[in-house]
Design a protein around this ligand. Structure first.
Ligand SMILES: [Zn+2]
Length: 479
């Protein structure tokens, strides 16, 4: 099958995202919700679905789910109801999953994509249809001649976030998942770890002739990386366009993704929601959240990623810089703290996004006050930019003062004007042709002379002093 995307067919994409809430215990029992325990060691009668065992709702899970819903701009339902969704899986011991149907926790939310952030184009807003609470299932492990079931995950608290089909490209879909992940991590409701399955994504995709009606929808299940999502959508887009172009009809079905072959494949034909025999869960009361409590949760929300982007863009930072800075909380916090010292934003941003980010693990390798001192030393001309990088290497992951270390190690610019003067003189006299060109108007050659001076002083000349001397020599034609 040709994999060239037909420009005549536009993809229409919606996401269903499952995120594991950061609770200590499961949704309806006291079993631990930790990752990596030996198989079937986190079980009790409730999560094993033994007859007569009764679920008790985890208060912390509700609080985290409400926080997520509010962070995504959802309306919180006055009353949300738990539902039994029946289906058979070896890893679903009860024969049904407790989820929410017609009365979910949250509805009508938004995801802000950073598209066109610092141009006049507004951020693109993707609509969230609903957010609800549900329990995870266990895990089947398939071997050649037998299968095993691990029920540790059965009953782990999840939120499912469903977007409307507002997405129009594989990149946009991957950006949307990225933004939702960013929001959930900022809110500290989910650790965002896709390898451990804390965040998983199903993609609904159909294609249509631009402005035509919606085609049949295909769901691609369990995409757990951004790359898989982009590739699976690209593949589906081409596959469906090809079927339509040759006069066929796309079958509504659920498909899986084979990363090795780079193809989707049929898992099962689409079941209608009637087949699930959804009934209200008789063992749990509807969730009545007090308005006051919800308002309090709303007031406790941190700044959301799109708000941070707006704030950073207003400081004059470039789009890429804004995206880099706000993608990790420690980086953002460090930047904000250094900003309070009254330094120039783009200088700090550059230093953090290059030098500091490069050797950071999970957290900041340097404190705000140390960054402040480093940048101060450069700003006042005590050390050069190159020396600052060296000094940073010495003080990172320590509590030492950059100012003190600079003194101890004798780190100084060759501020002594006579030394710099001699070097400049040497550079100017040995480059007569360049000097001639400069004097004929090629002012850009200043960079060349500066580079020569820096080379000959091993980068330790104070750039301001050197520039001033070079300018004098070149303009006044006195050499
Ligand atoms: Zn349990």
């Amino acid at each position: 099958m040709g994999m060239v995307t037909d420009p005549g067919y536009e993809p229409v994409i919606g996401l269903e995202i499952h995120a594991q809430l950061r609770t200590r215990t499961k949704l309806f029992c006291g079993c631990l919700a930790d990752f990596g325990a030996a198989p079937n060691t986190r079980l009790c009668p409730v999560c094993m679905g033994l007859p007569g065992a009764l679920p008790t709702l985890n208060r912390q899970a509700v609080a985290l789910a409400v926080r997520a819903a509010l962070g995504l701009g959802c309306r919180i339902g006055a009353r949300s109801v738990f539902t039994r969704k029946h289906y058979f899986y070896p890893d679903l011991p009860k024969g049904y999953q407790i989820t929410q149907g017609d009365f979910p926790l949250g509805t009508d939310g938004t995801v802000h994509l950073a598209a066109g952030m610092d141009s006049s184009v507004l951020e693109r807003v993707i609509r969230v249809e609903r957010l609800h609470l549900e329990e995870d299932t266990g895990k089947s492990v398939h071997h050649a001649e037998y299968g095993l079931v691990d029920l540790n995950r059965a009953g782990i608290p999840l939120i499912e976030i469903v977007t409307l089909p507002d997405l129009r490209s594989s990149q946009e879909a991957s950006d949307c998942l990225g933004e939702i992940r960013n929001v959930l991590m900022r809110l500290e409701v989910c650790d965002g770890n896709m390898e451990e399955g804390s965040l998983r994504c199903d993609v609904n995709i159909s294609v249509r002739k631009s402005s035509g009606e919606l085609g049949s929808r295909v769901e691609v299940k369990n995409l757990n990386s951004f790359r898989f999502i982009r590739r699976a959508i690209g593949y589906e887009q081409a596959r469906q366009a090809e079927i339509l172009r040759s006069g066929g009809q796309v079958q509504p079905e659920t498909r899986g993704w084979n990363e090795r072959e780079g193809k989707t494949y049929t898992l099962r034909s689409k079941v209608s929601s009637n087949d699930y025999r959804m009934v209200d869960e008789p063992d749990l009361l509807p969730l009545d959240l007090s308005r006051d409590w919800v308002r309090k949760q709303q007031a406790q929300l941190p700044e959301l990623p799109y708000q941070t982007r707006k704030r950073y863009a207003s400081l004059g930072l470039s789009r890429d810089m804004v995206i880099t800075l706000h993608s990790q909380k420690w980086l953002m916090d460090l930047f904000d703290e250094v900003m309070e010292l009254g330094l120039e934003p783009s200088g700090i941003a550059n230093f953090l996004a290059t030098e500091v980010l490069r050797d950071a693990g999970q957290g900041a390798p340097i404190r705000a006050w140390q960054v402040g001192e480093l940048m101060g030393l450069v700003a006042e001309g005590t050390i050069s930019g190159k020396q600052m990088k060296e000094l940073y290497g010495w003080v990172k992951s320590t509590d030492e003062s950059p100012r003190q270390v600079a003194v101890e190690r004798g780190l100084r610019c060759v501020a002594d004007e006579s030394t710099v003067f001699l070097v400049c003189e040497r550079v100017v006299t040995s480059n007569a042709q360049m000097v001639h060109k400069y004097r004929q108007g090629k002012k850009g050659l200043m960079g060349y002379f500066m580079a020569e001076v820096m080379k000959q002083t091993q980068g330790s000349a104070d750039p301001r002093v050197a520039t001033a001397i070079l300018q004098r020599m070149l303009e006044e034609e006195q050499v």
